[in-house]
Design a protein around this ligand. Sequence first.
Ligand SMILES: *[C@@H]1O[C@H](CO)[C@@H](O)[C@H](O)[C@H]1NC(C)=O
Ligand SMILES: *[C@@H]1O[C@H](CO)[C@@H](O)[C@H](O)[C@H]1NC(C)=O
Ligand SMILES: *[C@@H]1O[C@H](CO)[C@@H](O)[C@H](O)[C@H]1NC(C)=O
Length: 388
Amino acid sequence: MLAVLSFLLLCLANVLMRGSQVATIALIECPRLAEAEPQKAAGAETAGGKREAASSDVTNVRAAADPWPQMEYTFPGPACPPMEWLEAVRHGSRRGVWNGTFFADRPCEADLRVHSASEACEILSTFDSVLIIGDSFERQLTGGFFMVLRDNFVNGALKQWEFEGQPDITEFCQGEQQFDERACRPFWVHSTRDFAGRTAELSAEVHVHWLNFMCPGVRPPQLDFLHWRHPTFMNDKWLRAHLLDHPRTVVLHGVGLHMDLNATLTIDTHLRRILPLLEASPQAEHVWIARHAPGRNKPAQFLQTQGTEATLRFNDALQRFFEARTRAQGRPRVPVFETYNLTVEATSFDGSHYGQQVNVEKAQLLLTYLDGVRRQKGWHGKRWPEAV
Ligand SMILES: *[C@@H]1O[C@H](CO)[C@@H](O)[C@H](O)[C@H]1NC(C)=O
Ligand SMILES: *[C@@H]1O[C@H](CO)[C@@H](O)[C@H](O)[C@H]1NC(C)=O
Ligand SMILES: *[C@@H]1O[C@H](CO)[C@@H](O)[C@H](O)[C@H]1NC(C)=O
């Protein structure tokens, strides 16, 4: 019941955010999905027509209340466990080829998978929400995820429907330019909710499933980028409520440059506030994203605070902070997604930010990690219910 209720709330929230035309569709669609519930509850009877014992009844009713049926894994997962995979990424390289292919280190190198859009959808449909929290690095990582999810590497990081009919921007904001050009920034996609008002992209068939258009057949993933200083994220009540409503939340999280890569400051003013909230949510998956290697064109005035030495020191201090916290509290280790080796042989356009190649790679490497996590936990993707 709780699941149905929260689904209806999701519908309501979407309706409130939409234009009137789409809202009409939403009002029709959402209750229908919820109606699938009683039929499934009836199906809880056993083949012999008898009801099972009271205790399993509760389980059946609860399972039936979830409007999203589980789906099987449709592709083979990584051979290495998730933590080992991240170690292999930490020690990976482009093998001396500038802008070259990135290889994860042995013995996990074969796990590097370029997920198709539908594979990415399946993985993310396992989780109730994905929060990407951080600064412009994480904002651009969000773009990498949306390019993969939309299978659109021309302008998939952008709300391109907002500049249709403007040939100069359409032409200009493509590929690499999506990331490094100021003129394209107003169009960056920050959330799956940004697609809510988007109807032209919907074919007649998926129009009915308007909520479902990005990932046909699966529960639509809910991805949100939140700037680390955004009032929503700064509001502990909001985060606590979000984690309660979305128990299987993935938090991909990193900051640092805005605090001059001062680890003490980052830990004391930022992490000590958010960590207890995340740790109180047993099914939440928290990944710390380390800072990039500085580009060769890092402006001289930033070399002291953001150069190679400062970056390595910061990443190392954060790694040690998470390890010490783990030892002290006997909790599972917070995984660190180290991106130094991933970026050190790639081109940064301003000395800090990387473009399409690195951001799509970051999304793909994290998808492998999340695929490993869900399989390790026995969690499955969620299908769109057939009853709709
Ligand atoms: C990059 O990979 C090399 C080779 O495995 C490793 O020695 C080094 O520690 C890695 N760099 C970082 C910052 O982890
Ligand atoms: C590497 O890629 C960037 C674009 O991201 C490009 O500007 C640069 O010329 C490339 N360098 C080499 C050596 O391929
Ligand atoms: C880092 O921040 C702390 C706390 O604000 C401050 O005491 C310390 O001096 C800073 N370190 C550097 C190297 O600026």
